[in-house]
Write a protein that binds this ligand. Structure first.
Ligand SMILES: [Zn+2]
Length: 116
């Protein structure tokens, strides 16, 4: 981990992002899952409801995944490995971390992981 990196800045960004995710989750838990109304008028609104539910579930999975990555990033800050790629160990570009402080891979490993 290079000394010129502003860990405090990234840590703050990660904490803020985590707070937003947790607040969103808490709000959603209050509402409960989207219910499919079987007796709903007509086919279209049922399709809409199903689509909305699918989108909500997809968004849930995404935030869960991001929460895990943020957790991993915090661990790496503690261990002093933050800012280095988990795959090849190279430094992750500053701009990439600023864009998303929870990234764990350098750009080339991320592209390989995505099959590009
Ligand atoms: Zn890498």
């Amino acid at each position: 981990m290079p000394d010129d990196r502003d860990i405090a800045y990234y840590k703050k960004r990660l904490e803020e992002r985590l707070a937003v995710i947790m607040a969103g989750k808490a709000a959603k838990n209050g509402e409960g899952p989207v219910k499919l109304d079987q007796t709903s008028v007509g086919r279209l609104s049922r399709m809409d409801a199903m689509q909305q539910q699918a989108m909500a579930e997809a968004a849930d999975r995404l935030t869960d995944f991001e929460r895990q990555r943020i957790g991993a990033a915090f661990k790496r800050i503690e261990s002093g490995d933050y800012g280095c790629c988990v795959v090849c160990g190279e430094e992750i570009a500053e701009g990439r971390l600023r864009f998303d402080p929870s990234v764990l891979m350098c750009i080339s490993c991320a592209q390989k992981a995505e099959g590009k």
